[in-house]
Design a protein around this ligand. Structure first.
Ligand SMILES: [Zn+2]
Length: 199
């Protein structure tokens, strides 16, 4: 008898094209009345790092203290503030000093360290795996805000989605954070609208 088990669906959304943008999405529907916190507990934060961090799948990620969860959420909102400013007319210079300093400070912490193992693979590790990924996120945001790639950051066209992503498509006209979710929903509702009109 064959055991058929579906591959587990990753719990957190990824694929925005930049680590800092994936992290921003842990507050779903930011700015709307339906905003949902995906990092509700310290375990959620450890799980996010386990899924999206660079570490081997079998590395157990220590659950951080509660203060780190508070810091992680502050960091996330600072990323959003910086990138919102950077995408605006005044550019990254209009980012408030408090958020800029928060990100600059977070970026000074140690990031995950690559090690070449005996099989020739690169394996990442860190003394503080959660803190190291938060430092990576801060560095990613600081670098993105002042880079040409910023022009490729788009907001998803999904009406019930506030995700941002990096549009690396050649024509530069990607509209959805993901074809599997928002893109498909849109295709289906277009189909329904068209067929309703036909009927
Ligand atoms: Zn979307």
């Amino acid at each position: 008898m064959a055991l058929t088990s579906e591959p587990a669906t990753p719990r957190f959304r990824s694929g925005a094209g930049r680590l800092c943008l994936d992290f921003m999405r842990t507050l779903r529907l930011r700015g709307s009345g339906d905003a949902t916190e995906e990092l509700a507990t310290v375990q959620d934060l450890a799980d996010w790092v386990a899924q999206l961090g660079p570490y081997p799948a079998d590395l157990s990620i220590p659950v951080p203290p509660a203060a780190v969860l508070v810091r992680a959420r502050e960091l996330r909102e600072a990323v959003h503030t910086l990138l919102t400013a950077a995408r605006g007319d005044g550019g990254a210079a209009t980012c408030p000093a408090a958020e800029r300093e928060l990100l600059n400070t977070a970026a000074t912490a140690a990031t995950p360290v690559p090690r070449l193992d005996e099989t020739g693979a690169t394996v990442y590790g860190a003394e503080d795996p959660v803190g190291a990924v938060l430092a990576d996120i801060a560095r990613d945001a600081v670098m993105l805000a002042a880079s040409p790639a910023l022009a490729q950051v788009r907001a998803c066209s999904g009406p019930a989605c506030a995700a941002w992503f990096l549009d690396t498509s050649r024509p530069g006209n990607r509209r959805w954070c993901s074809m599997e979710t928002c893109g498909n929903k849109s295709k289906k509702s277009t189909w329904r609208t068209r067929h309703a009109t036909d009927a």
